[in-house]
Design a binder for this molecule. Structure first.
Ligand code: HEM
Length: 458
């Protein structure tokens, strides 16, 4: 027993022996440790067992940027004992996504991601290899090709018309428009109609599906935690109910998708055109049955004033979209895994090292941007910097082999809707616009965007 009050130390002989042996073991280990010949990137000091996990906050992209400000654009962290390379500048991203793209073509996996994404059968997490290559080519050549994106024009226009109708009603009743809620429904409906052939947002199952997607994002956001990176502490995720939540969400999402596939199989062969992703994936033809249940008259569609040629000329609008994506990339962090030993910016990176790229920090890097924290769309008017993957200072859609194949699809909707919102309505905010973020793998506003709309005189 240790008794400091009496200044006498009375140790149990067994305890004394154990401490002595353990100290000798540590001393031997320290003496026999050869100085590493590897050139490792700078690292913040780390704790035993936790590594640097304690330095992460729910908004991980922000925490990493603060660490990067002290340790540089390429740093080595440890999640538990797993090495994690963090890249936070255009140069660092260029090495990983361009120069060594193939070497970093794998994605990290964890219990949570395996469970939520069909044991990594999902294209975005599938390991680099034959299976991923065939899925990606299916996406690029068929599902998300320019031709296919154009074939969804009518869906986008109909849904945009519905959105404008809802905003018009708010104008008449002088009530504030909850743009966050409307955008969520719009995105969901456009994607569901393109992917599944119809929308589900007004059915109980569809509403539940939207909630499940929200929970899935939250769970993914929380998956960088002790339970995932320190194997002997994985029981924490069992005890605190995290694993149960993941299992429940995975089962319910699967149930919804099963229902969708069943619907398509039961419809059998039908019309002439391949209209949605499920039909293409199932390899069956389907009659074009977009029975949304809502009446969308010809006029309301014609009322969507801008076609895509008009949009081509809207330089300022495109600059606004770029500037928004620079400051608020929906996916603030990208992840990869080194498939072999490789040298990055003169540093040695070991096979299996997880890599985190931070497009959020890269978009705010003063080395690439003047007044990076200012929202100034004009910066893009005389610049050819784009987010298509060749300018690494702007990578909201990632870049390289694992870059986003849905960019054209997403942009077509974003531009159409935004153009209509600003042309058809005058907007007023009650208070200053806040951009407080809600943690998750994709970043959303913490508080909904509410604004007052009046019909524009144009
Ligand atoms: C504003 C909307 C969108 C943004 C900001 C976005 C962004 C991203 C990002 C950052 C990645 C990861 C890239 C990387 O790791 O380098 C990604 C991957 C992916 N995105 Fe998107 N995306 C959007 C919309 C879409 C849409 C509408 C689709 C399909 C309809 C889509 C399909 C995919 C797929 C399949 C992957 C995985 C690619 C792979 O691993 O090879 N995305 N997206």
């Amino acid at each position: 027993m240790l008794n400091f009050h009496h200044k006498e130390i009375d140790l149990h002989p067994f305890l004394l022996l154990s401490i002595t042996l353990f100290s000798l073991y540590l001393l031997k280990k320290w003496l026999s440790k050869k100085p590493s010949t590897k050139r490792l990137p700078p690292s913040p000091p780390r704790l035993p067992i936790l590594g640097n996990l304690h330095q992460l906050r729910p908004l991980t992209h922000q925490a990493l940027r603060s660490l990067g400000a002290k340790h540089g654009p390429l740093m080595l962290l440890h999640f538990g004992k797993h090495p994690v390379l963090v890249a936070q500048s255009a140069d660092a991203a260029s090495e990983i996504l361009k120069k060594h793209d193939l070497m970093f073509a794998d994605k990290p996996c964890s219990r949570t991601t395996s469970r939520l994404f069909y044991n990594l059968k999902d294209i975005s997490l599938a390991p680099y290899g034959e299976y991923w290559r065939s899925l990606k080519s299916l996406c690029v050549v068929q599902l998300l090709s320019n031709k296919m994106v154009q074939s969804f024009n009518s869906i986008r226009e109909e849904e945009a018309a519905l959105l404008m109708g809802k905003i018009s009603s708010c104008c008449f009743s002088r009530s504030r428009v909850n743009l966050s809620a409307l955008f969520k429904i719009l995105t969901n409906d456009v994607v569901c109609r393109a992917a599944f052939g119809r929308k589900y947002s007004e059915e109980e199952a569809g509403k539940r599906f939207m909630m499940l997607l929200k929970e899935l994002q939250e769970l993914l956001g929380k998956s960088i935690g002790i339970g995932e990176f320190i194997p002997w502490l994985s029981w924490i995720n069992r005890v605190n109910g995290f694993n149960d939540r993941v299992d429940k969400v995975a089962e319910e999402v699967d149930g919804f998708l099963e229902m969708v596939v069943e619907e398509h199989l039961n419809e059998g062969c039908g019309g002439e055109r391949r209209v949605n992703f499920v039909d293409i994936l199932l390899g069956v033809y389907n009659d074009n049955r977009n029975n949304s249940g809502e009446k969308i008259g010809r006029d309301s569609v014609k009322g969507v004033i801008l076609d895509h040629e008009d949009l081509g000329g809207m330089r300022y609008l495109k600059a606004v979209v770029k500037e928004t994506m620079r400051l608020h990339p929906p996916l603030p962090l990208l992840a990869r895994v080194a498939r072999g030993d490789v040298e990055v910016m003169g540093y040695d990176v070991e096979c299996g090292t997880m890599v985190i790229l931070n497009p959020w920090a890269i978009g705010r890097d003063p080395a690439s941007w003047d007044e990076p924290e200012m929202f100034r769309p004009e910066r893009f008017l005389d610049s050819c910097v784009d987010f298509k993957g060749s300018d690494l200072e702007l990578i909201p859609f990632g870049a390289g082999r694992r870059g986003c194949p849905g960019m054209a699809f997403a942009m077509a909707s974003v531009e159409l809707v935004l153009a209509n919102l600003v042309k058809r309505f005058e907007w007023e905010l009650d208070e200053d616009l806040d951009v407080i973020e809600q943690p998750g793998t994709t970043i959303h506003r913490k508080y909904p965007l509410l604004a007052l709309a009046t019909h524009s005189n144009l």
